[in-house]
Design a protein around this ligand. Structure first.
Ligand code: SF4
Length: 325
């Protein structure tokens, strides 16, 4: 793999069956693959710009109107609120900021969408060195084109789990094909794509591997990996926490299958993985979301950056290498 050979699905399945201390060998290989093909690190912060009252029924999500949760409901926040959050992230040293809105998607350039565009412009104007991204669900031709014109850093739309199991494990109010179509649309417009997973929702290792290969086939650039934080009121309330060794093996496989992608640790890394988040970093991650998530708390960016410095030496790689095709 360090010479650029691709992992085939059969071998990935065999590696996914590793247990116990053997997983640490997988972690070590993934760390080397990351250092060789995806050096560098990306920290990003997000704002939940529009929360709750979502028409969709994603089983893990606190924001679905189908679930009775304590998550806040509010319409798209004012421009000033988005800019203030971006300013806070910038001051903390974060150079990638994502505007997230709940809901099925933004297929037309309505008022909410135009506000996102204004925010992108204003942040770029204040901080040309800050990348601005958006997570707006399913997009249409017009909205994708407008985001491309704004020089958006990337757009997020998670596939969450194996596409073949999306309907059972995630939601049945929309089809995963709509989300895959959005990924293709983004690529057509030259926008970098961020699309990832949520682990611990009842999926198998084979489901995770199937998703990792799908993301590779779709040439996804950034892969956020969430670990379920069970929310009271959702169907997944009371789900047991994902064992750390399983999470580490999964991150490692995502790295081996997607050698050149940015793999970001997201929700659950502090709360569910707690003392093991360093292990997840060494399993091939090359980024994290810092400063909190949509409906769950994270930890302060200052602490995250200190944590990152402590990992340096295990995970630094000064020489980028060409990514195998
Ligand atoms: S994940 Fe997104 S689309 Fe699904 S319920 Fe939550 S806000 Fe709605």
């Amino acid at each position: 793999m360090l010479d650029g050979e691709r992992l085939d699905p059969g071998l990935a399945k065999a590696l996914g069956a590793l247990r116990g201390e053997d997983v640490l060998d997988l972690v070590s290989l993934a760390n080397r693959v990351r250092n060789r093909f995806a050096p560098g690190f990306q920290a990003c912060s997000i704002i939940n710009a529009k929360s709750g009252l979502c028409s969709e029924n994603c089983r893990f999500c606190a924001q679905s109107a189908a679930h009775a949760t304590d998550a806040g409901n509010y319409p798209m926040v004012d421009l000033a609120v988005i800019l203030s959050a971006a300013e806070t992230a910038y001051a903390a040293g974060v150079r990638s900021f994502c505007i997230v809105a709940s809901g099925y998607g933004m297929t037309r350039a309505d008022d909410d969408f135009r506000r996102v565009l204004r925010a992108v412009d204003a942040i770029h104007e204040r901080h040309p060195d800050m990348g601005v991204s958006a997570s707006l669900g399913v997009l249409g031709q017009e909205t994708a084109r407008l985001l491309a014109e704004r020089g958006i850093e990337h757009c997020n739309i998670n596939l969450q789990t194996a596409p073949a199991r999306y309907r059972k494990l995630i939601a049945d109010t929309h089809a995963v094909e709509e989300r895959i179509a959005t990924i293709r649309l983004l690529k057509k417009h030259g926008i970098r794509v961020c699309s990832g997973a949520i682990l611990g929702i009842g999926e198998t290792m084979d489901d995770r591997i199937a998703l990792a290969f799908t993301l590779n086939e779709l040439r996804v650039d950034v892969i956020p990996i969430n670990v379920l934080v069970p929310i009271k009121g959702t169907p997944l309330e009371g789900y047991p926490p994902l064992p750390a060794v399983e999470a580490a093996g999964t991150v490692a496989l995502f790295r081996l299958i997607n050698p050149g992608a940015v793999i970001k640790l997201a929700a659950g890394r502090e709360t569910v993985m707690s003392d093991f988040q360093g292990l997840l970093m060494l399993a091939g991650a090359s980024g994290f979301i810092t400063g909190g998530y949509l409906t769950t708390r994270g930890r302060e960016t200052e602490r995250d950056f200190a944590f990152l410095r402590e990992l340096d030496g295990f995970a630094s790689a000064p020489q980028p290498a060409p990514v195998p095709q």
